[in-house]
Design a protein around this ligand. Structure first.
Ligand code: XMP
Length: 510
């Protein structure tokens, strides 16, 4: 089925993916594509509307990102946000001026009559983040919103269907921001809203059924949300022709390996091969204390174990990958310095004998992937699983990994998860986990002296793991976590709470 589509042109602002997610939330499919897309490709893409995102540049600077001026003549509705609105002003003959101070945060705003602001409170709060501002709107445009510091917080030429807003409607702090996007999509662009996750499942299953009919399909299951949902979706189409391989390296949290088997093999009736490599990994990690060495060993062994299982299955036609839309958008960008060598199952293609890769989630944002997972009947524990590093608990035990420490960590981590869930904080905190440090301290239990490694609790809020802040867990919840761990877990006598943001720290300790 061909969906109506909106084109979000990416000028490099921090909220760009959020704009695309908000459009999708309104039931309209969109793609986030580079701002320098040619007019020919735009016409081929055939969007019902175009959104220019924000960006870090000044529109009047040399070499600033710009659009082909013919874009304004296409008759396709345009909404410019922040940098995008300044670009409209600049390109069509208005003026953009540098302000002495940056306007950042919540601002009171007055909305006038505009199709964009229909049905909204005339006076409200919006979210601003800019230094330049539109000081004169182009001929034919009228100002439709103002703030104290922004004479043209919004402006438009409804005849040409071109709209600019200086503030960020996509950010939750802009009250009724979703209505602005809704109005643009439905009243201005004439969207019908044909993008739903139940529709997506039905379409994908039909497409995959055709593509995968009679073919052998293989999937590496890590327990993570993306691979789980990809596998469940493909399973609907391929049934027993799909084999999932799950490598149990013994570094998962308490109950996780069992859950993978119970959800996918027992629950969904999937062909799931579980490779029990727990002893092998422990042996390979014995005596290794260096974090990078641990990561490397785990990455290499993982591939070897998977390869051995894949060989048993033989040549396959398709390999399923849980690639999602942010991976696709971000893969175009330059690589940053390697802080930690990440271990992912993404390195598998070279060791599997397959003809083609199938990535059924490559158009979806994470929140959409979760909805699809729920549609497919996966439990919340899988669909809402927190991000978990490939090397697992090995990088949450400082120094050498031993079975005893793994046991302590699993038990402590389980209590933490239970208490966070009980406190209703699970979905507000990006990641929360326990760490076994390499510092030993003295404690007293009963009348006896104890000497055990300090256990740290790490809990952070974040939107993308690139930056993070430590979560302000209420003291009473921390108290329960601490007292339960020292009382119920063997080898635990002292708990500390990590209050460092990222940067300068990282989320994981190793
Ligand atoms: P850091 O510790 O670098 O972590 O702030 C950022 C995010 O990445 C996760 N992480 C990993 N994920 N393989 C993964 O798939 C890895 O090797 C790995 N190391 C860290 C971490 O849990 C956080 O979400």
């Amino acid at each position: 089925m061909r969906h109506e589509k909106v084109l979000v042109l990416d000028f490099g602002g921090q909220y760009n993916q959020l704009i695309a997610r908000r459009v999708r939330e309104q039931g309209v499919y969109c793609d986030l594509l580079p701002y320098d897309m040619s007019i020919e490709r735009i016409l081929e893409y055939a969007p019902i509307g175009i959104i220019f995102t924000g960006g870090p540049n000044s529109v009047y600077a040399d070499g600033a990102p710009d659009v082909d001026p013919r874009i304004f003549e296409l008759g396709i509705p345009i909404l410019g946000i922040c940098y995008g609105c300044q670009l409209i002003a600049n390109d069509l003959g208005g003026a953009v001026t540098h302000a002495d101070t940056r306007e950042y945060g919540k601002s009171e705003i007055d909305y006038g009559a505009s199709p964009l602001f229909a049905g909204m409170q005339p006076h409200n709060v919006c979210w601003m983040s800019h230094t330049d501002y539109v000081s004169a709107v182009p001929a034919g445009f009228s100002v439709t919103a103002t703030t104290k510091t922004c004479p043209a917080a919004a402006f438009e030429d409804p005849a040409r269907k071109i709209y600019g807003i200086q503030f960020h409607a996509e950010v939750h702090h802009t009250q009724e921001g979703d209505k602005i996007l809704h109005n643009f999509l439905y009243a201005v662009c004439g969207a019908k809203g044909d993008w739903t996750m139940s529709g997506f499942v039905a379409e994908q299953v039909a497409l995959l059924k055709e593509k995968l009919a009679g073919k052998k399909v293989l999937c590496a299951m890590s327990g993570g949300v993306d691979s789980a949902v990809a596998a469940a979706l493909v399973h609907r189409a391929a049934g027993d022709n799909l084999t999932c391989v799950f490598v149990d390296h013994g570094l998962l949290r308490k109950g996780e390996a069992e859950e993978v088997v119970s959800v996918f093999r027992d629950g969904l009736g999937m062909n799931l091969v579980k490779a029990d490599a727990r002893e092998l990994f422990l042996k390979k990690l014995s005596g290794v204390a260096d974090p990078e060495k641990k990561r490397k060993i785990i990455g290499e062994e993982f591939i070897k174990v998977f390869e051995a299982e894949a060989k048993k299955i033989g040549a396959v036609d398709y390999l399923v990958q849980g690639t999602i839309y942010p991976d696709v958008v971000e893969s175009g960008k330059g690589s940053s310095a390697v802080i930690k060598s990440h271990h992912n199952v993404g390195g598998l293609p070279s060791v599997v004998d397959f003809k083609e890769i199938v990535e059924p989630l490559r158009d979806l944002f994470k929140d959409e992937v979760r909805k699809v997972g729920t549609e497919l009947g996966l439990p919340d524990s899988v669909v809402w699983r927190q991000p978990f590093p490939g090397p697992g608990l090995a990088i949450r035990i400082m120094g050498e990994v031993t079975e005893e420490k793994l046991q302590t960590l699993r038990d402590a981590d389980y209590i933490l998860r239970e208490e966070i869930a009980k406190a209703g904080l699970a979905r507000d905190i990006w990641q929360y986990f326990a760490v076994i440090t390499s510092t030993y301290t003295v404690g007293v239990m009963g009348d006896a002296r104890t000497y055990e490694p300090v256990i740290a609790i790490r809990a952070v809020t974040s939107v993308d793991a690139m930056t993070a802040d430590w979560a302000r867990i209420p003291y009473d919840v921390l108290e329960t976590i601490s007292s339960r761990i020292v009382n119920e877990v063997e080898h635990a006598n002292r708990i500390v709470y990590d209050i460092t943001s990222k940067p300068p720290a990282t989320i994981e300790w190793e």
